[in-house]
Design a protein around this ligand. Structure first.
Ligand code: SF4
Ligand code: SF4
Length: 374
């Protein structure tokens, strides 16, 4: 199990972020060799301005790229957005201007190739971008956010973006309703990609209806680690979230991963292992605990996506991303086929104007009421 290093950081002042990021690299003794190719895997799920707090903040990406350059290595900023044109999304998120300023590459993770997976992998055939395998080192630049489908998205979940473009939607469809199975896939990708280092931008993250439609939350931290699983589980606790609602934890527990046993000695830096972020709104999209994984029951215990028509701009991105064929769009009207819907919430994630929300089923509302949502 690894250590997790926390740095208090309350704003995106570039000089302060440069110091914080250098401190993180130096704390773990991460260095780069001249000429090495270093892939900076940012979070660019969709094209939003930095103020929406959807993507890794450009100040953090710039600081990491500069650190790599100063060591004589060659950084590449990269990700694969769900549906957006990469260049438009990277321009909006502020990544292309960093690439121009530092004269480095910034491009999409394309060209799927087979990922060598670990022996305990649930999924033996996973394809990721060839750029991931060609990199000498991968620096995982994640964002701290809640996530409607997977509860939280931090270090491990960020690597799902190594799967190119529409192959991501295919995985959602193949895995279906079962969040634990999807979390198993995330573990397989994490173990196969083996990032050298993870830096998590939690200066201002997102809570509520993440990962794209929530509200900003000032966590005031940058976290860094070699083992992102340990970091994610500690942050789950610090956010006041429940492990039994966190599919990644449940999947890791099933595999007896040692990271599931939190060790207070693993927390280093500016905050204590007792830290709790107050008032974090967590997704209440389903109950993970009370019922077995049977598709019919899962549907009843999981919130449905619903349309807020007055906000809709009629872009059609929601229907275009739906791998289950459960959603049609016509003239700013959406038609859901809930019998086909796998509750992946990709439609919610890709909506640029928050015009898709979650509606709990009656059974889930009842369960939340009697359990107090606990
Ligand atoms: S309608 Fe939305 S939540 Fe349902 S399968 Fe399609 S993209 Fe996923
Ligand atoms: S719901 Fe959102 S994604 Fe779908 S058409 Fe309307 S604005 Fe576009």
């Amino acid at each position: 199990m690894g250590k997790v290093f926390f740095i208090s950081q309350n704003n995106y002042n570039q000089n302060e972020i440069d110091d914080a990021v250098s401190r993180a690299f130096n704390h773990f003794g991460i260095s780069f060799n001249r000429g090495e190719k270093v892939l900076l895997k940012v979070n660019l799920v969709a094209g939003h301005e930095p103020e929406r707090r959807v993507s890794t903040d450009p100040a953090v990406v710039r600081a990491a790229a500069k650190f790599v350059l100063e060591h004589g290595a060659t950084p590449l900023i990269a990700d694969s957005p769900g549906i957006d044109n990469f260049n438009n999304a990277a321009e909006k998120a502020g990544f292309l201007s960093i690439a121009r300023e530092l004269n480095i590459e910034c491009h999409e993770l394309t060209d799927p190739v087979d990922l060598p997976v670990a022996n305990d992998a649930d999924y033996k055939k996973i394809q990721v971008s060839k750029f991931v395998l060609e990199a000498d080192k991968i620096i995982n630049l994640a964002k701290l956010k809640t996530h409607g489908q997977m509860y939280l998205t931090m270090g491990v979940k960020n690597l799902f973006g190594c799967v190119p473009g529409r192959l991501k939607a295919g995985w959602h469809y193949n895995v279906g309703l079962n969040r634990e199975k999807f979390a198993g896939l995330l573990l397989d990708i994490y173990n196969g990609v083996k990032p050298t280092f993870t830096i998590l931008d939690g200066v201002i993250g997102m809570h509520g209806n993440g990962p794209t439609s929530g509200t900003p939350y000032n966590f005031g931290i940058i976290a860094a680690c070699v083992d992102a699983l340990t970091m994610d589980f500690w942050l789950c606790k610090m956010l006041g979230a429940k492990f039994e609602d966190y599919p990644l934890y449940l999947a890791a527990k099933k595999r007896n991963y040692p990271q599931c046993e939190l060790n207070h000695a693993d927390i280093e830096g500016d905050i204590s292992s007792e830290k709790i972020f107050e008032g974090v709104e967590l997704p209440k999209t389903r109950s993970m605990r009370l019922l077995p994984h049977v598709p019919f029951v899962e549907r009843l215990m999981t919130s449905r996506p619903v349309h807020i028509q007055k906000l809709c701009i009629g872009c059609g991105r929601c229907a275009a991303v739906c791998a289950a064929g459960a959603l049609k769009h016509e003239n700013k009207k959406l038609y859901f086929d809930y019998s086909k819907c796998i509750r992946c919430y990709c439609c919610h994630e890709m909506c640029p104007v928050k015009a898709i929300e979650f509606k709990p089923s009656r059974l889930l509302s009842f369960v939340n009421k009697i359990t107090g949502g606990k």
